[in-house]
Design a protein around this ligand. Sequence first.
Ligand code: MF3
Ligand code: CO
Length: 250
Amino acid sequence: MAIVVKSSEEIDKIRKSSRIVAEVLEAMKQYVKPGVSTGKLDAVAEEIIRSHGATPSFKNYHGYPASICASVDDCVIHGIPSEKQILKEGQIISIDVGACLDGFHGDAARTYAVGEISDLARKMIEAAEASFWAGMEYAKEGNHLHEISGAIEKKAKSYGCSVIRDFVGHGVGALLHEDPAIPNYKPVGRGPKLTAGMTLAIEPMLAAGDWAVDVLEDGWTTVSRDGSLTSHYENSILITPTGYEILTML
Ligand code: MF3
Ligand code: CO
């Protein structure tokens, strides 16, 4: 599938769904604390999404059973929320949210601290966010996609983190996952040229140890093979003639 360049009407729709995602991520700040279940976080997120007349993009996506991914500590992505999973002081949790309104998706993730956390955990959160912003320095019409990838990798490594290689960012729009695939490491070649109107979900996924991951028996939960701490930070963005617009921030 070719990369879809969006019309201004389509971009407006992605802006609206992305704003709902941003609102959910903002609300999660107050809910993430010791003692809360990830199932409760999922219920709150779904409620906010539906209150806007939108639908949770992830629910039933290839059979995924929830509205958010709730990925704790060594779980890097696709953790399935549960009433039985209770957050504990010192953990870190990535919450990934997608919303679909009027046929267009927005997709973003943040990693949150549960109460007081270790310096290493703090560093992991900061590294994922800083890697995203390092990539943004190259997000501009006329640049090439892999410049973003390379900048993310360089920043992640400057924190001593490794970059997950088995999962990537992606185009976002009428589909949750569109072309192009957006690795968080520099692949061979420059990749496609960036054009104004491309909408991309850029999502560094990092590990404190090695980058190898395992997918558990549920077919979703993805953990670092060495059990090391992981972090994730994602925004849906629009490429513009002069740079970019972040769609999933309030
Ligand atoms: N942000 C993740 C991604 O873009 C969320 C997908 S979870 C799924 O890959 F359940 F929808 F697959
Ligand atoms: Co995504």
